[in-house]
Design a binder for this molecule. Structure first.
Ligand code: 5GP
Length: 187
């Protein structure tokens, strides 16, 4: 009998394009999709829940995860905090036959491609550069310096679209999310 294994999909794209919002929509409307919870050294924002949005860990705990090779990938994002994907839950979800989703940055996506080239790599793109700037400013959670740093990162990240298997344009969250799920579940 053929082994039943889920498919791994990596969703990446420039900062503030709405990856987290799209993933949130999928979490709410598609319980069949397993979504990875990353570990991060950044502090929680108001309303973020440990174990649901992220595993909020100390620098020491993150060091241990890296040293024991417990992360599938990890990166310093925006030059500030470390973010990484715990490996074991991904392996277990795939072994259980569930479609699995990682919502990570570009550096992380490149690492996953080296380790699991059979995964599906989806690039989430804003309708335009102006719209991306508007979304980043509109979120209002970052300082002006942090915002400038994130825009610089976003500019470089937009150029990476060609490295991906498929592009989804995030014009409306529910449409982008449904397109993503359709891609994940297509044979
Ligand atoms: P935020 O701090 O706004 O939640 O996320 C910042 C960035 O970190 C986003 O671009 C997000 O995709 C990325 N990110 C979240 N989790 C991971 C992870 O596990 N690995 C990597 N490489 N990036 C991540």
């Amino acid at each position: 009998m053929a082994e039943s294994r889920g498919r791994l999909t990596v969703l990446a794209g420039p900062t503030a394009v709405g990856k987290g919002t799209v993933a949130g929509y999928v979490r709410e409307h598609h319980p069949e999709v397993w979504i990875s919870v990353s570990a991060t050294t950044r502090r929680p924002r108001p309303g973020e829940v440990h174990g649901r949005h992220y595993w909020f860990v100390t620098d020491g705990e993150f060091d241990r995860l890296v040293a024991q090779d417990e992360l599938l990938e990890w990166a310093v994002v925006h030059g500030t905090a470390r973010y990484g994907t715990p490996r074991l839950p991904v392996t277990e979800a795939l072994a259980a036959g569930r479609p699995a989703l990682l919502e990570i940055d570009l550096q992380g996506a490149r690492q996953v491609r080296r380790r699991m080239p059979e995964a599906l790599f989806v690039f989430l793109k804003p309708p335009s550069w102006n719209e991306l700037v508007r979304r980043l400013v509109g979120r209002g959670t970052e300082s002006p310096e942090e915002r400038a740093r994130r825009l610089e990162t976003a500019h470089a990240e937009l150029a990476a679209e060609t490295e991906f298997d498929v592009t989804v344009v995030n014009t409306e969250v529910h449409l982008a999310a449904e397109e993503l799920v359709a891609l994940m579940e297509s044979p």
